[in-house]
Design a protein. Structure first.
Length: 280
């Protein structure tokens, strides 16, 4: 299934994209695509629905983040061998973990704001993993079963804030609009191999990132298992699993976003995002 949330910011309704590409309203069935709705029993119930009986949504409504009420927005750094190489950094012995503030989350096609005083706002297409079950001390061989589904994430980063303004990376990762998620949550049964997904990102029509989850240093199962040794994961938590090469920081000379730029990014089978860049 492809689950989504649509409508005005802060008033999104749950929806489903059916096989014909028609947006269907789920608000008569579930309150939101969030929390316990993401468990196996709830998702199985949704699969049994006859989508053609659900109300069709007219027009072209705004899409919100495909998951609501996200408790934790966890990111993995330097998780692609080719991205670490372009950054001139050694591959880590364990996953590098950092957090983005949940206030950074926005819809997949919402405007991205350049923060005030920013000089190095950068892009990162990433595979997002949405947890569907309470997860603690899970072994790697059981980890993929804890996933509700997958989505596209743009892990936007202000490199000067991140690398030169002291403290942890969170300063450069948590600005408003720095976490577009969606367009939809694709349930895990539709993604048999999360380690074989082509992904791309373009700025103003130029393709900067053209990679694959196949070059992940720590695969999705390893990441989930590792995280669960240090913290419990809850339904609706989002894990952004790292980016392939081609970020602005890795260009020679470096290239960064500016107001008026347009981004397009996507992952095979998980949809595409489109963002206009504006002044914050």
């Amino acid at each position: 299934m492809k689950l989504l949330r649509y409508g005005a910011l802060g008033a999104e309704k749950p929806g489903l994209m059916d096989d014909s590409g028609t947006l269907r309203d789920l608000s008569g069935v579930i309150d939101d695509v969030a929390g316990d709705t993401l468990g196996d029993a709830s998702l199985d119930k949704l699969r049994r629905l006859d989508a053609s009986t659900l109300p069709a949504v007219d027009g072209n409504p705004r899409l919100g983040a495909c998951v609501g009420n996200v408790g934790k927005f966890i990111c993995i750094g330097l998780n692609y061998a080719d991205h670490a190489a372009e950054s001139g950094l050694a591959l880590p012995e364990e996953p590098v973990i950092f957090f983005k503030a949940t206030s950074a989350i926005c819809g997949p096609n919402d405007d991205v704001e350049i923060p005030r005083t920013s000089v190095k706002t950068d892009w990162e297409v990433e595979l997002g993993v949405v947890i569907g079950k309470h997860t603690k001390y899970v072994p790697k061989e059981e980890a993929l079963g804890q996933i509700a589904g997958y989505c596209v994430v743009n892990d936007l980063s202000e490199r000067d804030f991140q690398l030169h303004r002291s403290g942890q990376w969170v300063k450069g990762k948590s600005c408003d609009t720095f976490g577009p998620i969606g367009p939809w949550l694709v349930t895990r049964d539709e993604v048999p191999d999360p380690q074989n997904l082509p992904m791309y990102l373009e700025v103003n029509g130029h393709r900067f990132q053209d990679g694959s989850t196949a070059t992940m240093h720590f695969d999705v199962a390893t990441v989930i298992s590792h995280l669960s040794q240090f913290m419990s994961l809850q339904p609706g938590d989002v894990i952004s699993t790292g980016t392939p090469p081609g970020v602005g920081l890795g260009q020679k000379p470096e290239v960064y976003l500016k107001p008026g730029d347009k981004m397009k990014l996507g992952i095979q089978g998980l949809g595409n995002q489109h963002q206009n860049v504006v002044s914050g």
